[in-house]
Structures are given as structure tokens and as C-alpha cells.
Design a protein around this ligand. Structure first.
Ligand code: ZN
Length: 187
């Protein structure tokens, strides 16, 4: 659970630490605002993907399902700066499918917490395998990291791409080709 009181104190201290006056008009309500905002951007810490993925439907088709261009916003755990982009999620059903919006919800659960992109990618794939139990799953994420663009090496527009494969996607490389072919359609 998010301890709003602690967050308020911490933000005040941070402002003092950088040489600001936390009592000046523009900053006076900032600790309160950030404490409330934390509920939203770190709320995934109190959630599990199970609630979204446990309700499944019987399916006759066991062909690949791909949900692409799921826009997400997350926070890099090394700098507490945003990283954001698109997640593409595919799975091969084993007789059961899940509502399409639930894939977007699953991304949210893992994005709304301090995170690194590599881990986010793997956690989504693992949650699918665990709760939906498909034959296989593949997740591709492309994202821009503010810690790469507004600080450090300052490379705006650079994107980081990560991939996670599970189950039959590891056994049959041709499934990966199908994934990329489906990802490329309609672009
Ligand atoms: Zn970072």
C-alpha cells in the first residue's frame, strides 16, 4: 500500500535537498499532488494480473492471437523517470482465450510500478503463461526512456526494444516469423 504521508514528507525533503523552498506558493501543494499521483502511477504494486486473466472463454480456434500497439507509461526504477511506448502481445491458445481488454489491463498491472523494460516484458509473458495457460506467448515492447533523453547521454528518439518468448515460441522459430508478419500488417 502507498503510504501517502511518507511520500509527502519525502517530496518536501527532496525539494529542500535541491535547494528549493517547499513553502513557496508554486510548490506548497506539490507534495500532496505527488502523493495522490503515486496511487495512479505506482498502483500496480498492489495488483495482480490474475484478476484480469483468470476469466477465460472456450475457443475452437487455436491460431495465434496478437494484440498490438498497447500504449503504456511506466517509471524507470533507476532514475524514477518515465519510460513509455507500445507493447505487442501474442499467444497461442490451448482451448481458452481471454478478453482482449484484459491483455491491456495486464500491461497496466506491471507498468504501474518502478520497473525496467526487460523485466516488464518478461513479467507480462510469465503472467500469460501462468494464468491463461496458452501453448506459448510472446511479448515485444518498444519504448522511449526519459533517462536516456532528458539526462545522461541525451539521445532523443532512441527506442529500446525488448522481447520475451515462452512455451511453443521457444520450440518453433517460425511462430516468431508469424508474429512479426502479423505485427507488420496494417502499418
Ligand atoms: Zn533510467
Amino acid at each position: 500500500m502507498i503510504d501517502q504521508d511518507k511520500v509527502r514528507q519525502a517530496v518536501r525533503l527532496l525539494l529542500e535537498g535541491i535547494g528549493e523552498d517547499p513553502d513557496r506558493e508554486g510548490l506548497a501543494e506539490t507534495p500532496e499532488r505527488i502523493a495522490r499521483m503515486c496511487e495512479e502511477i505506482y498502483g500496480g504494486l498492489d495488483e495482480t494480473a490474475e484478476v484480469h486473466l483468470r476469466k477465460t472463454f472456450e475457443a475452437e480456434e487455436n491460431e495465434m492471437v496478437l494484440e498490438k500497439d498497447l500504449v503504456f507509461y511506466s517509471t524507470c526504477e533507476h532514475h524514477l523517470l518515465p519510460f513509455f511506448g507500445k507493447a505487442h502481445i501474442a499467444y497461442i491458445p490451448d482451448g481458452r482465450v481471454v478478453g482482449l481488454s484484459k491483455l491491456a489491463r495486464t500491461v497496466e498491472v506491471f507498468a504501474r510500478r518502478p520497473q525496467i523494460q526487460e523485466q516488464l516484458t518478461g513479467q507480462i509473458a510469465d503472467a500469460l503463461m501462468r494464468f491463461l495457460q496458452p501453448r506459448g506467448a510472446m511479448v515485444l515492447i518498444e519504448a522511449e526512456h526519459m533517462c536516456m533523453t532528458m539526462r545522461g547521454i541525451k539521445k532523443p528518439g532512441s527506442r529500446t526494444v525488448t522481447m520475451a518468448k515462452r512455451g511453443c515460441f521457444l520450440e518453433y522459430p517460425e511462430l516468431e516469423h508469424t508474429f512479426f508478419a502479423m505485427l507488420g500488417t496494417g502499418k
